[in-house]
Ligand binder design. Sequence first.
Ligand code: FAD
Length: 384
Amino acid sequence: MKTIVIGAGILGLTAAYSLTERGHEVVLLEKEAPFAGASHRSFAWLNANNKFPESYYRINREGLEEHKHLQAHLPSDRTWLHPSGNLLVDFGETRPDTYAKRVRDADGMGYPVETVDRARLRELEPTVQWPDELDEALFYPEESWLDNDVLGEELLRVLADRGVEPRIAEVVRIDSDESGARVELSDGSRIAADSVVVATGSWSRELAAASGMFIPVADLAEQSTRTHSLLGLTKPVDIPLQRIIISDRVNVRPRHDGRMWVQVARIEERVAEGEDPQMLAEVAAVMEQELESLFGRPVAMEKVIYSGRSFPEDGHSIVGFLDEARKVYAVVTHSGMTLGPLFGRLTVEELEGRESALLADFRPSRFSGGAVESADFDYFIGRQ
Ligand SMILES: Cc1cc2nc3c(=O)[nH]c(=O)nc-3n(C[C@H](O)[C@H](O)[C@H](O)COP(=O)(O)OP(=O)(O)OC[C@H]3O[C@@H](n4cnc5c(N)ncnc54)[C@H](O)[C@@H]3O)c2cc1C
């Protein structure tokens, strides 16, 4: 089977990788550069935490397992998956209620979570200056942080070894019939294949519309917490943080190069101001304050990125065939870092004709009535 994959973000690369694993021919088209979109500016916390309904939890949980498989089987000596767990902390007065609800929700799904006392908290993350009044936190042992840029590089390297190099070209239209699918590029040329995978993130709505199809992803022109996030990157620091910390004050996680990714929930609403340098500088200052209070020493920010999400209007993944001929397959989602390797494998299985029950709730056909209910992005204490 010859497949055109449009988009070289995490979802396009994992689909291309899985296709070549199964011996299929791949043409990978990318309009700007690999990882030019959301995939290079992602917090990349792999989790099934606080994800509802059960079917959405289930795919995210399977997503965690698929990452372990990919780390073990991709021919590479580099490490991108860091399964060191996540500490969820409520520093405020709502702590007992937050923890009770989160434990109840996790238990209801069978998702591992432990309540940890101060001594254990210090043991798990001795580098943090935990305040005296913080008596407990929650520890999610199955969660990981992902060096997304390392994974991207390794997927590209393995694809190149298999003869697949991303071609820089913008697709402007897709069409299909029983005989196969074709894409038209911005220079007017056309490429034909047996099938097309649309992995174009937040650009998917536009491309689908030009092709007479429908992928309702929130429009980046909206500038809300559904569509954007303020993602901070520190300068390299000598702080041996091991785990992800998700809290009501600051979210922080390490990276392979000594930098840390940072988010501060209470200032996320400033995305409504647009990509304003003054606002980004003020956000960086707030992040520095939060990090100093967490680590008891100054941590300098390198930059704050005004980062666009690819957020399906109803908040849930859009995975499956878009056309009657079943030649054009969409794979568009938020939580794409968690879901990428799983969706890559399932995309190939479905293109080969093996339908996955896991994806039943996430079909593009759920929007066929035209009306789409927009979901809010409930940001407090981590939902990525
Ligand atoms: C701030 C932030 C934090 C996040 N945190 C997490 C997290 O903690 N955990 C998690 O699991 N997920 C997280 N996510 C979500 C995750 O990063 C995304 O779901 C994922 O990166 C989407 O990948 P993608 O491949 O679909 O899209 P993208 O990475 O955006 O890639 C799409 C690619 O398609 C290309 N393209 C678009 N149109 C065309 C065209 N017409 N022709 C050719 N090429 C085209 C683009 O140039 C781009 O390279 C976060 C996202 C953001 C923004």
